[in-house]
Design a protein around this ligand. Structure first.
Ligand code: M6R
Length: 600
């Protein structure tokens, strides 16, 4: 149950566990719709018999509503077999018809249950659980992590994966399986990744990994470089608040010791030859949601520093539109979890077209990190709250590093120029800390705005992705209609939304520096104020005119324009978190969402 609690961020529509008990014919099971706390209460009211081998699951519904019967585990063979599943079995309908034709009765609407009955048929034929799993997964299409237990093999859990994560935790006289190492970090920091289409069999003292044909595969364990306390709230009332406060460290850690003595970026794995990086003619950033906004910030920075065109595309759109990709394309896949199915698929498609892929990923050993040609880890530590915060600032930092490296490699910047930007970047963690230390007024504002129905966000240049992220945070946490716009676009249509007292956040650029868009954004503010809007302005410290244009104003430390998203994002994250809390929403687990979207 503690492991499930740590995994609950991945899905929280329903939860269940199945336990091997002394009874060699039947497993014991409890499952309930709703959050894990409901299952915990059920277990208190009706405890299961004791056991030391069990499987558990928290669900994010795809096939079948979040009800008790659709919750996992699913039983088969009259309660002898139980399985749990992440992902989608795409050919489940035809498999279900096949099973129903031979008299199998289903007790759920899920795609998962077919796999349970198929495994039951194989073990009935005399196969052991691991062989049954191999034979069944061969017939499944789609994405899955599957775990199964059999009352007649009381010491064993068998797992399999395709396009969905599964990690083994190696303990002393005990072993674990989890979708994420957080599930077992309390017990061991030694882990082992499973490859595509591999099957693993664990007992308390043995771990055997086999490929689809049954041949044993040797896999080297690795050590998880953070401990259980990193995945706890550390005195904050929500993970999100804690993770926002981790942001100075996330940026500092991501920057630490990144360039070698020859000015070469130290990657965390893999390699893309300098000759390839020197000859690329475009970069495509593939990502979803918040991670895609890191990509948008990267576009402004990398195009400016490196003079290479950068396209930013949602992963789920990319491979369905015949994109122009070649061996001269560098794909940058950005993902906190490293398991977002849309991004995995898009990245694979790009690789098939000959592109090199560098992954910017937070979770060590995740699928995107493993499959990319090279990986640059963000060192944000575990991000548990569903809404991404510290991972985003770490991702933006990593794209800056990549941009500077490419700029020097391709001769667009001298080493001294790169060092100067790195020094400015090195000052950002302290500046982020100052934003955090002075955030009480933004919290108070958020509490006073819990009744708002629509809030808009405007920004230009790197302020534009900040505006998009401000709106996304508010939608996902506070369930308020929010939109982010490029401020210049407003007059082309969205200004029709503006009415008296409509709150509009504006990310105002610095008045200093060549080509500043300060006066342009001030004009955009005038346009909305003339129509009665209430403008909440984020301005640079020392900006003497900004206050005249603001109903409320918040000042941010001065920084080079391309680095300002690292500061401007923070008050917007705090605003959304506080406002959602004031509405009584579950900040860490907003409705309808899951942290890592492992289905396409
Ligand atoms: O794990 P990833 O970075 O690939 O996830 C991408 C998005 O699903 C994620 O950023 C999502 O938008 C968050 N809920 C935003 O807070």
């Amino acid at each position: 149950m503690a492991g499930l609690a740590r995994l609950e961020y991945r899905g929280y529509d329903s939860a269940g566990i199945a336990v091997v008990t002394a009874d060699r014919e039947h497993l014991a099971m409890a499952k309930k719709a709703g959050k894990l706390a409901i299952l915990a209460q059920e277990l208190k009211d009706r405890p299961l018999p004791p056991g030391t081998v069990a499987i558990g699951h928290t669900r994010w519904a795809t096939h079948g509503a979040p009800t008790d019967s659709n919750a996992h585990p699913h039983m088969a063979a009259g309660g002898r077999i139980a399985i749990i599943h992440n992902g989608i079995i795409e050919n489940y309908a035809s498999l279900r018809s096949e099973l129903e034709a031979v008299g199998v009765v289903f007790s759920s609407d899920t795609d998962t249950e077919v796999a349970g009955h198929m495994i039951a048929a194989e073990v009935d034929d005399g196969k052991d659980l691991a062989q049954a799993m191999r034979d069944v997964t061969r017939r499944l299409e789609g994405a899955f992590t599957l775990l199964a237990i059999d009352a007649r093999e009381p010491q064993t859990v068998v797992g399999a994966r395709r396009n969905s994560p599964l990690v083994v935790g190696l303990g002393d006289g005990e072993n674990f399986l989890g979708s994420d190492v957080v599930a077992f970090i309390e017990y061991t920091k030694k882990a082992l990744e499973l490859g595509q289409d591999e099957v693993v069999e664990i007992t308390p003292d043995r771990v055997v990994v086999t490929d689809a044909s049954g041949a044993v595969v040797a896999r080297a364990p690795y050590t998880i470089d953070w401990d259980a306390t990193a995945a706890e709230k550390g005195g904050f009332s929500t993970f999100m608040e804690k993770e926002i406060h981790d942001e100075p460290a996330a940026v500092a850690d991501t920057l630490r010791d990144r360039f070698n003595e020859f000015g070469k970026l130290k990657l965390d794995g893999g390699l893309i030859a300098d000759t390839i990086l020197g000859s690329i003619d475009k970069i495509i950033v593939l990502a979803c949601g918040t991670s895609s906004y890191a990509g948008l910030v990267a576009k402004y920075a990398i195009e400016h520093w490196c003079r290479i065109p950068v396209e930013v595309e949602y992963s789920h759109e990319f491979r369905y539109r015949d994109p122009v990709v070649s061996v001269k394309t560098l794909v940058v896949a950005i993902s906190q979890s490293g398991e977002t199915m849309d991004t995995i698929m898009a990245m694979r498609y790009a690789q098939q077209q000959g592109a090199s892929v560098i992954a910017i990923v937070n979770v060590q050993g995740s699928t995107i990190a493993r499959e990319a040609d090279a990986v640059l880890y963000t060192r944000a530590g575990p991000e548990i709250a569903v809404a991404s915060t510290k991972a985003l600032v770490a991702q933006i930092t990593a794209t800056y590093l990549l941009g500077m490296f490419l700029a020097e490699l391709r001769g667009n910047k001298f080493p001294g120029e790169v060092r100067a930007i790195l020094e400015q970047l090195g000052e950002m963690p302290a500046k982020i800390q100052r934003v955090l230390d002075t955030a009480e007024p933004i919290r108070a504002l958020a509490r006073s705005m819990a009744g708002e129905r629509t809030i808009l966000f405007l920004g230009r240049h790197v302020g534009y992705p900040v505006a998009l992220e401000g709106a996304l945070k508010l939608k996902e946490l506070a369930y308020i209609h929010a939109e982010g716009f490029a401020a210049g676009e407003l007059k082309h249509g969205p200004i029709a939304l503006v009415e008296k007292d409509l709150p509009i956040f504006v990310i105002l650029p610095s008045p200093n520096g060549p080509g500043s868009l300060h006066s342009k954004v001030l004009s955009n503010i005038q346009e909305v104020r003339a129509r009665g809007a209430r403008t909440i302005v984020l301005a640079e410290e020392g900006d003497e005119v900004a206050a005249k244009y603001a109903s409320e104003i918040f000042y941010l430390p001065e920084a080079p324009v391309l680095l300002t998203p690292l500061l401007a994002l923070i008050p917007l994250q705090i605003f959304a978190c506080e406002l959602a809390g004031a509405k009584g929403n579950d900040v860490d687990q907003p409705r309808n969402l899951a942290k890592s979207v492992t289905v396409e």
